[in-house]
Design a protein around this ligand. Structure first.
Ligand code: AMP
Length: 399
C-alpha cells in the first residue's frame, strides 16, 4: 500500500498542492475540468478518514499581485459539486489572518480552497519564508500536482522540508503519474517503442536523446519529421523545417544507428497546397514533396509501417500528433496511431500517452480509456522523459 493510502488523516489538516490551472472563458466558466476531477480521489480519501483538506493551486500567469481574472473563486461552486455537494470554504489570500482563522476553525470533512498562490511572486521564486507561512496552515503536506512537478516553486518543492518525512507525501494522482512514468522509463518490457510527433524538433531533441538509451524503436511523425527527412537529403517542398537543427537531426540519426535503435520516419505524406482546412490535398513520398506543397500528415504507407511497429511493442510512449489533427483532412495519421496503440494495449502492451496535443487527440478520437495511462502533465512529463529530476518529486521523495 502506498504512503498516502496507508496514512490515517483522522483529525489531521492536510495541505494539498493541486493543479487547478483550468481554462476559463470570458464569463469565468470552466471550459475543461479535467484537472479538478483528477484531484477528487485524493481529496475524498482525506475527508473519508475524518481529515480536513486545504487546497492550494496556481491559475494562469498573474504578474505577482492579485488580479480578478486569475482568481480561483469561480472554481468554488463546481468543486463543491464534484465533491458530491460540499460547501467549500474560500480564503481570499493564501496566507494571512483570514486563511489561518478559516484553517483553525475547520472540522473533519471540511474543504478550504486558498486564493491563487501566484498572487505572490515568492511562489515562483521558491521563497522559503513564503513556503513556511503556507506550511503553518496544516499538519501534513500532500503534493498532487504532477503538472507543476517540474517547477521548483514554494508550494511544489520548497514547502516539503517544513513537514517531517512521515507527514509529506504524494497524492493519488501524483502516485499514479510517477508509477506510470517509472514503469515506462525504468522498467519497460521490451520491445519499447516511443512515438514522438508535433511541430518542433527543437522541443523534442532532449527527449529523443534520452530515449535513444531506452527504446528499441522511435517513430517520428508530425511536422518535426521533415527536418530529419531533409537532413537525409530529401526534398520536402514547403514543409516545416528547422534549418538550424539539421545537424542535430543528422547526429541523432547517426547515434541511433550506432546504438541499434530503429528510427522510423514517415515514408510518405499527405501533402497540401497550403496550410488550410480547405487546401487541395495529394500524397507524395516524404522525400519528394513538390515545391509549393507541404506535408501535413503521414501517408498510407507510413500508417501501415508505424502500425506494424506499434503492434509488436510491449511498452509504448506517445507524445505529439502525427499531423495537423485539428483539421479533418490531416487527422487520419494521428487517428491511425491512436487506434494501433489501443489495439496493442488490448493485446497486453503498456501504453502511456502524454503531452497536451496527444492527450487532446486520444480524447477527441475516443481512445482515452483504451490506453494504459493518460498523463495530466505536459511539460512535467516531457522533462521526466528527458531524464531530468523533477523538483516536485525530489522534494517529497527526499529523506
Ligand atoms: P507540439 O506542441 O510541438 O507537440 O506540436 C503540436 C502541433 O503540431 C499541433 O498543433 C499540430 O497541428 C502541429 N503539427 C503536426 N504535424 C504538423 C505538420 N506536418 N505541419 C505543421 N504542423 C504540424
Amino acid at each position: 500500500m502506498s504512503k498516502f493510502s496507508a496514512y490515517d488523516f483522522k483529525d489531521q489538516k492536510a495541505l494539498v498542492r493541486v493543479d487547478f490551472n483550468v481554462p476559463l472563458n470570458k464569463q469565468f466558466e470552466i471550459t475543461d475540468d479535467t484537472r479538478m476531477r483528477a484531484a477528487i480521489p485524493t481529496i475524498q480519501k482525506i475527508r473519508a478518514d475524518g481529515g480536513m483538506v486545504i487546497l492550494m493551486s496556481h491559475l494562469g500567469r498573474p504578474k505577482g499581485g492579485p488580479e480578478e481574472k486569475f482568481s480561483l473563486k469561480p472554481l468554488i461552486k463546481h468543486l463543491g459539486e464534484l465533491l458530491g455537494g460540499v460547501s467549500v470554504l474560500f480564503a481570499d489570500d493564501c496566507i494571512g489572518k483570514q486563511a489561518y482563522s478559516l484553517a483553525g476553525n475547520m472540522k473533519p470533512g471540511d474543504v478550504l480552497l486558498l486564493e491563487n498562490l501566484r498572487f505572490y511572486s515568492q511562489e515562483e521564486q521558491g521563497d522559503e519564508s513564503f513556503a513556511k507561512k503556507l506550511a503553518a496552515l496544516a499538519d501534513v503536506y500532500v503534493n498532487d500536482a504532477f503538472g507543476t512537478a517540474h517547477r521548483a516553486h514554494a508550494s511544489t518543492a520548497v514547502i516539503a522540508k517544513f513537514f517531517p518525512v512521515e507527514k509529506r507525501m504524494f497524492g493519488l494522482l501524483m502516485e499514479g503519474e510517477v508509477k506510470s512514468a517509472e514503469r515506462v522509463l525504468h522498467k519497460s518490457e521490451k520491445p519499447f517503442t516511443a512515438i514522438i510527433g508535433g511541430a518542433k524538433v527543437s522541443d523534442k531533441i532532449l527527449i529523443i536523446e534520452n530515449l535513444l538509451k531506452k527504446a528499441n524503436d522511435i517513430i517520428i511523425g508530425g511536422g518535426m519529421a521533415y527536418t530529419f527527412i531533409k537532413a537525409q537529403g530529401g526534398k520536402i517542398g514547403n514543409s516545416l523545417c528547422e534549418e538550424d537543427r539539421l545537424d542535430i537531426a543528422r547526429d541523432l540519426l547517426k547515434r541511433a544507428a550506432e546504438m541499434g535503435v530503429n528510427i522510423h520516419l514517415p515514408s510518405d505524406s499527405v501533402i497540401a497546397d497550403k496550410f488550410d482546412a480547405d487546401a487541395q490535398v495529394s500524397t507524395a513520398p516524404s522525400n519528394a514533396i513538390p515545391d509549393g506543397w507541404l506535408g501535413l500528415d503521414i501517408g498510407e504507407n507510413a500508417r501501415s509501417e508505424f502500425r506494424n511497429v506499434i503492434m509488436q511493442s510491449k511498452t509504448i510512449l506517445w507524445n505529439g500528433p502525427m499531423g495537423v489533427f485539428e483539421m479533418e483532412k490531416f487527422q487520419i495519421g494521428t487517428k491511425a496511431v491512436a487506434e494501433a496503440v489501443a489495439e496493442a494495449t488490448e493485446k497486453g502492451a503498456y501504453s502511456l500517452v502524454g503531452g497536451g496535443d496527444s492527450v487532446a487527440a486520444v480524447n477527441q478520437f475516443g481512445f482515452a480509456d483504451k490506453v494504459s495511462y493518460v498523463s495530466t502533465g505536459g511539460g512535467a512529463m516531457l522533462e521526466y522523459f528527458e531524464g531530468k529530476i523533477l523538483p516536485g518529486i525530489a522534494a517529497v521523495s527526499a529523506f
